[in-house]
Ligand binder design. Structure first.
Ligand SMILES: *[C@@H]1O[C@H](CO)[C@@H](O)[C@H](O)[C@H]1NC(C)=O
Ligand SMILES: *[C@@H]1O[C@H](CO)[C@@H](O)[C@H](O)[C@H]1NC(C)=O
Length: 368
């Protein structure tokens, strides 16, 4: 179906060269830098910077209330998963790339993720589905920015490879908005994203391959969260049909959709591993990590895992989270922050599950 702008055709040709040039794998789990790609689950300030003077709820408390004590561009109350990876690896928190794209040396890496980013380019959806994705970023754009920065801070193939060989790359979560923007309007037929799901995964895989071709040796690829348990989905797709819900009251169809994406992504990871011997590609199982909160909320001191901490009076506390809406309690009693994003507390538990297991096929701390 249609053209794949985020395509793997060119990439396959280059990967043969990459194999021949493959540097000796880095030993010892210490990284000098982290480079991250993704959306609002990863962004540490790019969207905030990019929107300039425009109004946005993320510019106001209660966003940022917990750790930083002020709004800082993260779309949650505190730190996001990549912040916990950085802390665990002894690195400072990752700066957003866009403010310093033309000048920063990024001695500890940079975060290219932009809240609201999609994986595929918006033209893909316009051409194939006559659908407008109002996304401020996508993987092609993040990759282009990444290459621009590399060309400046480590010019030349050898220097780029050397720098990336001692870096950890986090590829996502990304792709969630390719589905969110479609699903969030209940008038859109829910089957359509199943048609473009393979292209989303191919796009993520092609970007991964390009990053490997540039010299990356260790990459973490997170899957999707269970969207059928998100307050925003529970509210937008509320149903009178009991069978639409599983025994935990999550929406079955939407959780199965997340699993379809994750299965395809895992298969892509397996394929990329076989094409790139010596490169470590870790699949991070964010789906199972997040299901812990729904399956045993009391173990984490969470009162109700299916309602947002910040939001309106609707069921699941859905509705906008902003400086006029209500906080339904302390964020550390909630898994969900604003209907779509998790709380810092939840992100920390997800990060721990990837660092120490069991929610990564090789836990990050056991890689070397
Ligand atoms: C595309 O969508 C717009 C509305 O968003 C509609 O007016 C137009 O007719 C559609 N075009 C096609 C070719 O379906
Ligand atoms: C609340 O947010 C709006 C913009 O969304 C802003 O104009 C206003 O100053 C904020 N109010 C307070 C009390 O921070």
């Amino acid at each position: 179906m249609g053209s794949r702008r985020c395509s793997s055709a060119v990439v396959l040709a280059i990967s043969v060269v990459a194999l021949l040039n493959a540097a000796v794998a880095l030993c010892g789990c210490s990284y000098k830098r982290i480079f991250a790609f993704g959306d609002s689950l990863v962004d540490t300030g790019n969207l905030l910077y990019s929107i300039g003077n425009s109004a946005s709820p993320i510019k106001e408390l209660p966003y940022g209330m917990t750790f930083f004590k002020h709004p800082n561009g993260r779309v949650t109350d505190g730190r996001v998963v990549v912040d916990f990876y950085a802390e665990a690896l002894g690195l400072p928190l990752l700066p957003p790339s866009i403010p310093e794209e033309a000048s920063g040396q990024f001695p500890n890496g940079a975060n290219f993720a932009v809240a609201g980013a999609i994986a595929l380019p918006p033209e893909y959806y316009k051409t194939n589905y006559n659908f407008t994705m109002n996304a401020p970023s996508n993987l092609d754009r993040q990759l282009a920015s990444f290459k621009k920065v590399l060309a400046r801070i480590a010019p030349g193939d050898g220097a780029t490879r050397a720098l990336l060989s001692e870096s950890l790359v986090l590829m996502g979560e990304i792709g969630g908005n390719d589905y969110n923007f479609w699903f969030i309007d209940p008038r859109n037929p829910r089957e359509t994203p199943e048609k473009y799901l393979p292209d989303v995964v191919t796009c993520i895989g092609a970007t991964l391959q390009e990053v490997i071709n540039l010299g990356a040796r260790t990459i973490v690829v997170p899957g999707k969260f269970p969207i059928g348990c998100l307050p925003a989905y529970l509210s937008a797709h509320e149903s009178k049909v009991t069978d639409d819900y599983d025994e935990l009251h999550c929406l079955k169809w939407y959780n199965e959709f997340s699993q379809k994406h994750n299965l395809a992504l895992r298969q892509e990871v397996v394929r990329l591993r076989s094409q790139n011997p010596g490169v470590k590609i870790v699949y991070a199982d964010y789906y199972s990590a997040a299901m812990q909160f729904v399956q045993k909320p009391q173990a984490y001191g969470i009162a109700d895992p299916l309602v947002a901490c910040c939001g309106g009076n609707g069921p699941y506390h859905s509705g906008a989270c902003n400086n006029k809406t209500k906080l339904w309690g302390s964020p550390d009693r909630f898994a969900n922050w604003d209907g779509l994003h998790m709380t810092e507390k939840a992100y920390k538990i997800v990060a721990d599950g990837v660092l120490d297991g069991p929610f990564a096929d090789t836990p990050l701390r056991h890689l070397c």
